[in-house]
Ligand binder design. Structure first.
Ligand SMILES: [Zn+2]
Length: 301
């Protein structure tokens, strides 16, 4: 006796089903009744309404995205400030060393992170320079390299004909912890703070700590603010990536977003490449004056 396979059953069921459907379509067609669906005009009205709604919602969405990036940046800067404070607590009030240099020139001595001149773009793309304890004194505290990167910073550096994103967007005020053994741009008439207690000689709530830096301008681990005789020299530029604002922290740990007052500050901060830090002079620039007033405290004469 031939046994029916599952396929035979399936084919038979399919044939029965098709037969039934075919039977249903036979005979007179039912009355079509009232017409269903849209006319062209109705469809156009719906499309127009969707377009109006999108037009209303999309700018709000873009604004919300920009706000989210600013909040994430504030959170990064806050964590850097907290780490800076923890380091000092763990090291007998000595502030983490700040400065500039390559892996070779630093020769095993650790700044908070490695940051070198623009001629060494690889210093901006090396993850180890941020999170490897061999190179960065912040590394034992902060294992996530994303904290060093502003989410609004989309900048890249070119190495051997290829482009790579910069990994760091923040620098530390050069008057905070600039290492004595690294040549400095700081004025000798102002404090270069190296111990936490020294900050009490000024106003910690009015002394800059970490700054979100203009992406084309960032290089050293330190953010250099010129307090010398070169009137109007804008050495490092703060970021203007957050709707013409930058994010800054202060030595008491608080974080501020700062809307830059001068169109020239925003324009320069958005330039793609700032090759020389000694060519930008903006005497009387209110943003530069704001930074200078918060860089350090004058030493007693
Ligand atoms: Zn930012």
């Amino acid at each position: 006796m031939r046994r029916n396979s599952p396929i035979t059953f399936a084919v038979a069921a399919y044939q029965r089903r098709v037969g039934r459907l075919a039977g249903n379509t036979a005979g007179p067609r039912p009355n079509p009744g009232p017409r269903l669906g849209f006319t062209l005009i109705e469809l156009l009205v719906v499309i127009a309404i969707i377009a109006i709604l999108a037009g209303l919602l999309l700018p709000a969405l873009a604004g919300a995205k920009a706000k989210a990036r600013k909040i994430a940046c504030v959170s990064n800067v806050k964590q850097l400030a907290l780490t800076w404070s923890l380091y000092a607590t763990d090291h007998n009030d000595l502030l983490p060393e700040n400065g500039a240099g390559s892996e070779e020139s630093l020769a095993g001595r650790r700044l908070w992170v490695v940051g070198d001149a623009h001629q060494n773009p690889g210093a901006m793309t090396n993850r180890d320079y941020l999170v490897n304890p061999r190179f960065a004194s912040f590394a034992p505290y902060l294992a996530d390299p994303a904290i060093y990167k502003c989410p609004a910073d989309r900048s890249k550096v070119e190495i051997a004909g290829r482009e790579y994103p910069r990994l760091r967007s923040y620098s530390l005020n050069s008057y905070i912890g600039w290492a004595e053994w690294i040549p400095s741009f700081n004025s000798a008439r102002y404090w270069t703070f190296r111990k936490g207690a020294e900050l009490a000689s000024g106003s910690p709530a009015q002394t800059l700590l970490f700054l979100d830096v203009a992406p084309g301008n960032i290089c050293y681990a330190g953010f250099v603010i010129h307090l010398g005789s070169l009137e109007g020299l804008f050495f490092h530029l703060p970021s203007a990536e957050h709707e013409k604002s930058g994010v800054t922290s202060f030595a008491d740990g608080h974080v501020e977003t700062r809307k830059w007052a001068e169109p020239a500050t925003v324009e320069q901060a958005r330039a793609k490449w700032i090759p020389n830090h000694l060519t930008l002079y903006l005497p009387g620039n209110r943003d530069l004056e704001w930074l200078k007033a918060r860089a350090s405290t004058r030493l007693p004469e």
